[in-house]
Ligand binder design. Structure first.
Ligand SMILES: Nc1ncnc2c1ncn2[C@@H]1O[C@H](COP(=O)(O)OP(=O)(O)OP(=O)(O)O)[C@@H](O)[C@H]1O
Ligand SMILES: [Mg+2]
Length: 238
């Protein structure tokens, strides 16, 4: 039974009494109620729940892509609820997103896609970007695919290139919305195992939504959303 707790660091993201609704008046739909949640360095949190339960809504709020209707969001210790401008941009630079598919730019090779994950950030260094990108592709088993175009790669290989692109930016928080749902079992497993490894070794936090119960056991914690409320579910390790 994994005991991750001794390696966990401070809270990367914290939601306090978050509530979210879409629309107003007769069109109003209340999606999330009373969300209280802390995610720390080194943790991989899985978010589950039926279709339409609010997983994507929660992930976009945690990733600062959407402002909650009510409540407080803290990121790396800072209250971002009403933050704007350069301060918010600097924090957003610490977050990376991974979606179900189409994470890569089709006009760039695998290597160029990975480099694109860092080239517009303060971490960029022309002497460092390419060797680092090659190293990451090698680590993810794609050393011989650096010059391939996304179209020439399988879905699982494309998703691993996307992970390398996330990794090169050294994020503190990774938001992954159903990153394995377009993959077969083996490829999906590889992708979540690599995200878990990244969380533990690079000391970042990963929030991953999924419908796939075969990958629940990779999580440090599982949060289930039903009828707008979320609760933690114990993980059963095989
Ligand atoms: N932009 C929007 N405007 C209005 N309602 C929305 C909007 N986005 C989502 N919703 C509604 O909010 C609810 C939650 O949607 P959300 O996409 O967060 O669910 P989900 O759990 O990610 O679903 P799925 O598993 O199908 O991806 C749904 O009822 C949806 O119709
Ligand atoms: Mg969704």
């Amino acid at each position: 039974m994994p005991t991750d707790h001794h390696v966990l660091g401070p809270a990367v993201v914290e939601a306090i009494d978050i509530h979210h609704h879409y629309g107003d008046g007769a069109q109003r739909v209340d999606v999330l109620f009373d969300i209280n949640l802390q995610i720390r360095e080194g943790e991989l949190l899985i978010v589950t729940g039926p279709s339409g339960s609010g997983k994507t809504t929660l992930l976009t709020i945690l990733g600062t892509m959407r402002r909650p209707s009510q409540g407080v969001l803290r990121l790396l210790g800072a209250d971002v609820t009403n933050m704007q401008g350069a301060g918010l941009d600097a924090l957003r630079n610490r977050i990376r997103f991974l979606f179900q598919k189409r994470n890569l730019l089709s006009s760039l090779t695998a290597l160029q896609n990975v480099i694109a994950g860092v080239s517009t950030t303060p971490l960029s260094d022309p002497a460092w970007n390419e060797p680092r990108a090659r190293h990451l592709l090698g680590m993810l088993g794609l050393g011989d695919k650096a010059d391939a175009w996304p179209d020439e790669l399988s879905g699982g290989q494309q998703q691993r290139v996307a992970i390398a692109r996330v990794m090169i930016g050294l994020p503190d928080l990774i938001i992954a919305d159903e990153p394995t749902s377009a993959l077969d079992r083996v490829a999906g497993r590889l992708v979540v195992d690599q995200l878990k490894d990244l969380a533990m070794r690079a000391k970042c936090a990963v929030v991953l939504s999924t419908h796939d119960e075969r990958i629940f056991d990779v999580a440090s914690r599982r949060l289930h959303i039903e009828d707008g409320r979320c609760f933690e579910v114990p993980i059963h390790y095989h």
